[in-house]
Design a protein around this ligand. Sequence first.
Ligand SMILES: Nc1ncnc2c1ncn2[C@@H]1O[C@H](COP(=O)(O)OP(=O)(O)OP(=O)(O)O)[C@@H](O)[C@H]1O
Length: 694
Amino acid sequence: MDVLKILSRGAKKTASSQPFEFKPAPKPQNPQLYHDKALKRKRIEEEDDQFGREHEEVENLSLDFFAPRESKESRPALQPTVVQDSPKEKSKPEPSLLDDEEVRQVLRSHRLKFTLLSNHEDQKAKITKSKKKKKETSKVKAKDTKKVLFPQPLVSFTQLRTTWRLSPRLEENLSNQGYRIPTEVQLGSLPLLIQPEKAVSPKAAAELGIEPKDGIHFLAVAPTGSGKTLAFLIPAINDVLRRRAESTKDRLLETIVVVPTRELAEQIANEGRKLTKNTGVKIVLMRKGMKIPADGQAKDDDGDNTSGSESEDDGSDASDLDGNDEEKKEPLTKADILITTPLLLGNFLKSRTLPTVRSLILDEGDVLLEQRFLEQTLQIWSACVNPSLRLRCFSATMGAHVEELISTQLSTRNASGCTPPLARLVVGLKDTAVPSINHKLVYCASEQGKLFALRQVLHPQSSSATVPHINLPILVFTQTIERATALYSELKFDFPVEAGGPSRIAALHSSLSDSARSEVVRRFRSGEIWALITTDILMRGLDFRGVSGVVNYDVPTSAAAYVHRVGRTGRAGEQGIACTFYTNDDVAYLKSIANVISQSEKQAGKSGNEGVPKWLLDSLPNISKEDKKKLKQRGVESRRGNTTKITTKSAWERRKENNKREAIASSKKRKLQGPNHDTQEDNDENNEWDGLDD
Ligand SMILES: Nc1ncnc2c1ncn2[C@@H]1O[C@H](COP(=O)(O)OP(=O)(O)OP(=O)(O)O)[C@@H](O)[C@H]1O
């Protein structure tokens, strides 16, 4: 039987039988972090009030943030320090550090693995060996050069102050934001990044042949939504405050955070500003035409780089990002921490250098070191000429080639061979897994079948065995801008006026203006938009709390893209749903995605293959390296530039039908209400929406 008919029939039947009240569904409670009435985060409180939710009592303050449930009991009972901000607590002596065995136990129980990657000398040795010997032999040798590290973990955020000497102001801001229990990536990385000389014992440092007091280069691979932002922002802010306390009080550009998109840059700048409240640390969002203190600009027409008047503009107005690149009279903007995309800073730098920068953070580092951004990222890295520069690189996915590139860059930058060690932290068993999500692959016989399947997701009254029920709001990913636009115009009138109509749905892609993009993000965050159709532009780093599910309307073009796309849901210990539609055109490219799903289910401790049946996993073909590369660059070829398949009717036709439907509904309503009834729309239970067109 025709799949289209089945889908459309199902939709029609239920739509006409039951009126459905459209509103975003309340979210299930966070199983781990948000249970505590006393400790719950302010922001969450506000959102919960909006949905009329209640929180449960704290059941367990243990630190196993992302652990599978069944393994909880088997873990050593690690009691976090009780969180108390009383003056008495503050004056307590510093708690002693964990001994070596305890450290190992804690790190192991949280599946945190630290490795020292090849340093300069090892790298040289490895290259020589690989030239001499066969490929396999050199791989074994290369593995041998990796040493395992066991730094002190962070037991609670309170310990940041008591043991790790974090600025009290910063600690207070963390506390005010409601952060109490560090996530696993924070637990592993914060001590090492804040005070490496204390986090690694002198004995261990001697055995490993490293000098932690000189700092470390750091690379962290941790699941999406696991709190990597705080893991790099806290040490960055603390470094500024420490330097100010110890030496110069001047505002110096100390840290640069590079991210792939402006949406992510804005998000991180906002998070940073909450943490720097009342600290005097200034976080600035790079924008077009902005001038920052840099060496070499006196040669241009920019004037003296140190005596220029300081702009108090902190870049917080998103529309500022629309500024004119050619602007020459812009005053100098001074900042302690600069958040930027590679292009914006690259355009400013040209041949300038940034001698004061001591920390370069690459968030979503793997993509920043891929072809698309590589040139500008390396340009920024090269401009950071301070010998004390430390690199920090974070992502949920990290290919071996990226690690190698970082190692090689570090060794070529420090030809003397005394470069600090490069430590890598991996959280979880495998980097290509998203265990906090229920994954579902849905076969659609045609492009139109996908459209009907998506309508079933959007309109939960049209139940289906194959398409999972996902609460609104949702994110829908498409392959190209054209497809995002076409899908948006097809679905624009799907939400009834009573539920907010076309304003409930939007499309976001790179051909919108910067201010339009910011506005859509704002409306989606505030809950005004319930279905956001987008491209891969939103797949990395964006933290939309409350997104219940992700629909891959078009299959992602790599396993990493799948991980990042679906990682927009199921964040901070919550559960999410990811539904991927595929047609015959996609079968050839499905294996890597199916493997991620299978890995995720294994990590989540699920038995059976719920997302991908075993028969499907076994029967999917392997894809050649060349095809993989092509797919990543161009997507599924048959879908490029082809928008007609998404649109079943013209916009004019759909608008006309929509108007007609609304007119019938209002006329029915007026009849039912009688002649003297107030025509206000609220509380009208008889107001029925007619469901889907087919
Ligand atoms: N210790 C914590 N306690 C409670 N919530 C936290 C904690 N740390 C982070 N969060 C929240 O978790 C969410 C996800 O954090 P974040 O955006 O840093 O994830 P991420 O690891 O960078 O994800 P991605 O890989 O997608 O970029 C945010 O809403 C953040 O406020």
